[in-house]
Write a protein that binds this ligand. Structure first.
Ligand code: P1T
Length: 385
């Protein structure tokens, strides 16, 4: 069944990029577990494919599906979220500058500062909630702005549309890491971004069973450049991973609805909890960019960050005591996770920057799953003691 952009998100999630297998009628896109494709004669390929690093039918179906969900024309899938990020950075040359959101996943921060810095690409950290700061950081060397919204882990919300006006005026590429929001809640391309990045490891995969990444764009020239780097560098996903992700996107809308519902209830509960100092959740009126979140997103997501009363000892104790909230890195799976960014996901961020951002010893990040919300609340209550 062909879908168009007028169809509902759920319909597109299930059908976009997919059709019954022409040889068997199989409703699920087959796992084309092949590295190569037989040619009729040298250079005369039978279908569209010659080698699976370049392209593979299972991956192509996933790329088309993700592109559709983001409202983009082109999708590319990668072996991980950071592999996707690295391909965007390879658009730049030595001497170029990147404006990077000051609060991003620790591994993203490390890639910019410790790997691409060695290639002569300078990274300047900017608080993307401050439009004047973005404007004044622009100069002729800036070639890329990279931001997350909501950010990891302090859940700041950046105004994608307003930032895209600045990047367009300066002829700078705007890339938005949409991992936390997912295409179900937010579509950065429609707001003016040039590239959307995902760690598909998170909500898109949704079951904590695969690592992957994706880039989506509407710009044919940009797509060709990204695809060329992908082909040349080779950080492509395995075919089984692509199949798993195609299976996952079919339920993305349903999962996200429950993630949001559960997180809203838990955020409200923790906000009134005597052992919790502060709750950061874009759905709370106390969130500094709550109005922007309402405008830019269709829901507030499944991530909650809290400051508990006390310090390292108290937060460690909480993370040892939760039962349904498993202490683990990552996020976005059906099962709830809890982690300590300063020790775990953001340990590679320099301590002074962590301090500036408020990634302190009493900061705890929750990835709210889709279990029964009352069981999750009871679990947090017993762990907070
Ligand atoms: O792990 P990988 O698939 O390579 O994705 C990297 C990545 C990119 N962008 C965001 C916003 C992310 O959160 C991540 C990975 N984050 C975690 C592992 C984490 O626990 O925060």
């Amino acid at each position: 069944m062909e879908v168009s952009k007028n169809h509902d998100f759920g319909t597109r999630a299930i059908h976009a990029g997919q059709r019954p297998d022409p040889t068997t009628g199989a409703i699920m896109t087959p796992i084309y577990q092949t590295s190569t494709y037989v040619q009729q004669s040298p250079g005369k390929i039978i279908g569209e494919y010659d080698y699976s690093r370049a392209a593979n039918p299972t991956r192509a179906a996933l790329e088309a599906n993700l592109a559709d969900l983001e409202g983009g024309r082109y999708g590319l899938c990668f072996a991980s979220g950071v592999a996707a990020t690295g391909v965007v950075l390879h658009l730049l040359s030595s001497g170029d500058k990147v404006l990077l959101g000051d609060d991003v996943y620790g591994g993203t921060n490390r890639l910019f500062h410790r790997v691409f810095a060695q290639l002569g690409i300078e990274t300047v950290l900017v608080d993307m909630t401050d439009l004047d700061a973005v404007k004044s950081a622009m100069d002729e060397r800036v070639k890329l702005v990279w931001l997350e919204t909501p950010t990891n882990p302090t859940l700041k919300i950046a105004d994608i549309e307003a930032i895209s006006e600045i990047t367009k005026a300066n002829e700078v590429i705007l890339a938005v890491d949409n991992t936390f929001a997912t295409p179900y809640l937010q579509n950065p391309l429609a707001l003016g971004a040039d590239i959307v990045c995902h760690s598909t490891t998170k909500y898109i995969g949704g079951h904590s069973d695969s690592i992957g990444g994706a880039l989506i764009t509407n710009d044919p020239g940009l797509h060709e450049r990204l695809k060329f780097i992908q082909l040349s560098e080779g950080a492509v996903p395995g075919i089984m991973e692509c199949f798993l992700l195609l299976r996952s996107t079919k339920t993305l809308h349903v999962r996200m609805q429950r993630h949001c519902e559960n997180a809203e209830k838990i955020a409200a509960h923790l906000d009134a909890h005597p052992k919790v100092d502060k709750v950061i959740y874009p759905g709370l009126e106390s969130h500094p960019q709550h109005e922007l979140a309402k405008k830019q997103m269709s829901g507030f997501g499944g991530m909650i960050t809290i400051y508990i009363k006390g310090g390292l000892e108290e937060s460690q104790l909480m993370l040892e005591k939760t039962r349904f909230f498993a202490c683990a890195e990552s996020l976005g799976g059906v099962e709830s996770l809890i982690e300590h960014p300063a020790i775990m996901t953001h340990a590679s961020v320099p301590a002074d920057q962590r301090a500036k951002l408020g990634i302190s010893d009493n900061l705890v990040r929750l990835s709210v799953g889709i279990e029964g919300v009352e069981d999750l609340i009871a679990d947090l209550d017993q762990a907070l003691g």
